[in-house]
Design a protein around this ligand. Structure first.
Ligand code: AHR
Length: 495
């Protein structure tokens, strides 16, 4: 059996476990909002039309921050359409997803939903078809207490308290030719800097995210970040990164190594941001907002020729292999906790989502729900630096890659250590030895695994519990057997 050895020490922390790494994303896309979080016709809906069964699953998932309202959608969105009395809200074309937008849900409804879900809202402004003034108007409506036209409008709309939204995205994927109002790096960098400067004149405490590249395969990747940050370095806190992974051409080996690409993407963006700061003789350390990440089987769908309401778009059914890859992506995000400040799995319900919901039917957990929920619940304290001695394998897409990936978190007060580990190998289990020399008195007490012989197994409406984590027997030795293609959570307690 291949063997790996993991060493770590509380003397070498990476950073605190940032709760904002367990973020998600709700876009006006397909059935994420309408028929997802909101479905007034559903038996479980509350007075506001929110599905309580979905809300319950969102809480169980452990989501901490939710990005809204897009995505590609935001680049053509007029936020004013979604506030005030529902009967007066306009029905519009949404060119981004070729759908009809009824505006039944807008900022007020989302804020109420976020309050009930116990999540921090992360709001995106439209820098596609709009600009500085509209961003300022939205900020005044959302965050100013009262006594001005737009804040009083919010009060008149039934929200006496400001929403106090701290985290804002300056547009979405502005490097992509598919984006409404797509711009060059120079054009976007100027717009982002000016919008940020204006928003900070209203509230210097805002945290602002500039758009990075839509994915690391973009021809402008790197150059885009460099130009944007040269123009906006002093005005923004974070630069975004996005990545979706799929198995292509039956190449499971590369798919299982997707986290290697995410790792390289983060390192490249951080290096670029630091290089810009170095050239500017600036001590600023811009952090990464990985505000769209996931596995996604069909990133591009056939163009539509109709204008449906809340169509079924990207309702992927996720497999066991998908869950292992998604868990591995979370391991990578944790390992980069020093420079990744926010991360949002895209998306939350129905669309590329850990939660599926059917009209008049049930809501259930997809396979990818489980590694997320367990990591969000169990990762506490600080992330520790690790030394991992692991075999490697050849992948077609990424060359030689590690067979095992792992992240370690340590909650010194609670006396708990967590090891999140993935075996990317398709054939054999791996014997993972934990070097506990630096944590005397700790012992392995729990081994939870997500693995199945059938890597294509999925959770469906008919069989919602087909794939779920299982407990494995805990050996006396500080070692664990990681089954082939598995995501594992190993809990150690101070005795
Ligand atoms: O999450 C789905 C879409 O993927 C988003 O709208 C867009 O930002 C990205 O390309």
């Amino acid at each position: 059996m291949p063997a790996a050895r993991l060493s770590f020490s509380p003397a070498f922390p990476v950073a605190p476990v940032r709760r904002r790494l367990f973020g998600s994303f709700v876009e006006h896309l397909g059935r994420c909002v309408y028929g997802g979080i909101y479905d007034p016709a559903h038996p479980s809906a509350d007075a506001d039309g929110f599905r309580l069964d979905v809300l319950e699953l969102v809480r169980e998932l452990g989501v901490t921050v939710v990005r809204y309202p897009g995505g590609n959608f935001v680049s053509g969105y007029r936020w004013e359409d979604g506030v005030g009395p529902r009967e007066g809200r306009p029905v519009r074309l949404d060119p981004a997803w070729h759908s009809i937008e009824t505006n039944e849900v807008g900022l007020g409804e989302f804020s109420r939903w976020a309050g009930r879900a116990g999540v921090e809202p992360m709001l995106a402004v439209n820098l596609g078809t709009r600009g500085v003034q509209e961003a300022l108007d939205l900020l005044e409506y959302a965050n100013h207490p009262s006594g001005t036209h737009l804040s009083d409008l919010r009060v008149a709309h039934g929200a006496p308290d400001p929403y106090r939204i701290r985290l804002w995205c300056l547009g979405n994927e502005m490097d992509g030719p598919w984006q409404l109002g797509h711009r060059t790096a120079q054009e976007y960098g100027r717009l982002a800097a000016e919008t940020a400067r204006a928003m900070r004149m209203v509230d210097p405490g805002l945290e602002l995210v500039a758009c990075g590249s839509s994915h690391s395969g973009m021809p402008t990747f790197g150059g885009w970040e460099s130009t944007v940050l040269e123009l906006a370095l002093d005005h923004v806190d974070h630069i975004s990164a996005h990545a979706y992974y799929a198995q292509t051409d039956g190449d499971l080996g590369s798919y299982l190594a997707s986290a290697v690409d995410m790792d390289r993407t983060i390192s490249s963006v951080v290096a670029t941001a630091d290089a810009v700061a170095a050239r500017a003789r600036s001590p600023r350390r811009v952090t990464v907002s990985f505000d769209e990440w996931n596995v996604w089987h069909r990133p591009s769908e056939a163009p539509r020729d109709d204008w449906p309401r809340a169509p079924r778009i990207s309702e992927d059914l996720f497999t066991v292999a998908d869950a292992v890859v998604a868990g591995d992506l979370l391991v990578t995000l944790l390992r980069h906790s020093d420079r990744v400040a926010v991360a949002c799995q895209a998306q939350l319900v129905n669309v590329i989502a850990p939660i599926r919901a059917e009209p008049v039917g049930p809501a259930w957990r997809q396979t990818i729900f489980h590694p997320f929920a367990l990591t969000a619940r169990l990762a506490r304290g600080v992330v520790l630096r690790t030394e991992l001695d692991t075999p490697e394998y050849d992948s077609m897409r990424y060359g030689r890659v590690p067979l095992v990936a792992a992240a370690v978190t340590h909650d010194a007060d609670g006396g708990e250590l967590m090891v999140f580990a993935v075996n990317r190998g398709r054939r054999e289990p791996v014997d993972l030895t934990l070097d506990l020399a630096a944590v005397p008195g700790y012992a392995l007490v729990e081994h939870t695994v997500l693995a199945e012989d059938d890597l294509t197994a999925v959770n469906t409406r008919e069989a919602p519990e087909r794939v779920r984590p299982r407990a494995l027997p805990v050996p006396v030795e500080p070692a664990a057997t990681l089954p082939p293609v598995s995501w594992n959570a190993l809990r150690l307690r101070r005795q």
